[in-house]
Design a protein around this ligand. Structure first.
Ligand code: DAH
Length: 360
């Protein structure tokens, strides 16, 4: 049988030159596959005389074994090389110093929301929620603010767009948390005691106003709730929140469509050397709006005003956060500046509780 020396040279060279496993497999098929050159040669053995076969057989077997051996060796070498490559790429210097994990902080708004919630929970108030995109009925009408009422304009409302041709009144971004009063009473009826913290929106922007800010609404309805309980609850809240033993509140007659009578509440304070002190001094600081819930508001929420009455209040969370923690500019609250967040943020594991301390 001729040409075996040539075949040997050809395939051993091809095996040695195969750059990866796929190329190596092609060489194997070309030599030893069903239609491979060496395999075809082996088939020729059948047509030989026994004498010819005795010579050609061992030579062919030897060639096949040699090529198979070379393929196997090359395959192992390629695998070794691939592993070396991987080890080199994934090499890890365990002597390098570890990288410091970033430590997030709790935003002052979240912290104060937790503090307020803890204080009111202690007085038996549950937390209620409502949507930030609100119908004008919940945001205005149900709260005794009819379409022609000037308060509708004063709220600098953001209106949601409607599809062209759809002339139902547009939804609004809620301008206050007061609509949650309606939703909570409609869902739960009376008696009820809830607070509703959350985001609200108005078109306004300066050092003390941002287009999105936070309020907390309070609502207590029962058969005999009066302004006296409102005053006690708010005093109790201020003592706990500002972490002082003495507070003095001043109720100033005011007007809100959803309460009658209505009062704005100021807290006694001093500003010595730019430092705010709560509970002493000759200054007054306005902190919230409040009043006795208007009978029309109770009716709108399905609560009978001849049977039930109570108080409501609304307070700016960002504002009381600025006061307590001495933060001068409201706009910085929502700029996500990491330096600001590290400075004014709170440790993530310090959950405020009334018994364990709010801010310490
Ligand atoms: N909703 C009012 C506002 O955003 C605040 C307010 C005042 C809420 C009096 C009340 C209230 O519940 O009784 O300005």
């Amino acid at each position: 049988m001729d040409g075996l020396g040539e075949l040997r040279g050809k395939y051993l060279a091809a095996v040695a030159g195969a750059a990866d496993e796929a190329a190596l497999e092609e060489v194997r098929l070309a030599a030893l596959g069903k239609k491979g050159e060496i395999a075809l040669k082996m088939r020729e053995l059948g047509g030989m005389t026994p004498e010819e076969r005795q010579v050609a057989g061992p030579r062919l077997n030897g060639l096949r074994d040699e090529v198979e051996g070379a393929l196997k060796a090359r395959k192992a070498a390629l695998a070794d090389a691939a592993l070396d490559e991987r080890l080199k790429a994934e090499w890890l210097d365990v002597t390098l110093p570890g990288r410091r994990r970033g430590q997030g902080t709790v935003h002052p708004v979240s912290q104060v929301t937790e503090e307020v919630t803890a204080i009111f929970a202690d007085m038996g108030f549950a937390v209620a929620e409502g949507p930030q995109i609100e119908s004008d009925w919940y945001n205005f009408d149900a709260l005794n603010i009819p379409p022609e009422h000037p308060a509708r304009q004063e709220h600098d409302t953001f209106f949601m767009a409607r599809a062209p041709g759809d002339d139902r009144p547009p939804h609004v971004l809620r301008t206050h948390t007061s609509p949650v009063q309606i939703r909570a009473m409609a869902a739960q009826g009376a008696p009820i005691r809830v607070i509703a913290p959350g985001r609200v929106y108005r078109m306004d922007m300066d050092q003390t106003h941002t287009p999105m800010f936070h309020q907390v609404e309070g609502l207590a309805i029962d058969r005999d709730i009066s302004m006296a309980q409102l005053k006690w609850v708010l005093e109790e809240f201020c003592r706990a929140y500002f972490e002082v033993t003495q507070v003095e509140l001043r109720f100033r007659a005011s007007h809100f469509p959803f309460t009658e009578p209505s009062a704005e509440v100021d807290i006694r304070c001093s500003w010595e050397g730019g430092q705010l002190k709560i509970g002493e001094g000759a200054s007054w600081l306005e902190i919230l709006g409040s009043g006795m819930v208007h009978p029309k508001v109770l009716s709108a929420a399905g609560v009978d005003p001849t049977e039930w009455q109570g108080f409501a209040f609304g307070m700016g969370i960002d504002r009381i956060a600025m006061l307590k923690y001495g933060i001068p500019d409201l706009r910085a609250f929502f700029e996500s500046d990491l330096r600001w967040l590290r400075h004014y943020g709170f440790a993530a594991l310090d959950m405020p509780t009334v018994s364990g301390g709010l801010s310490r």
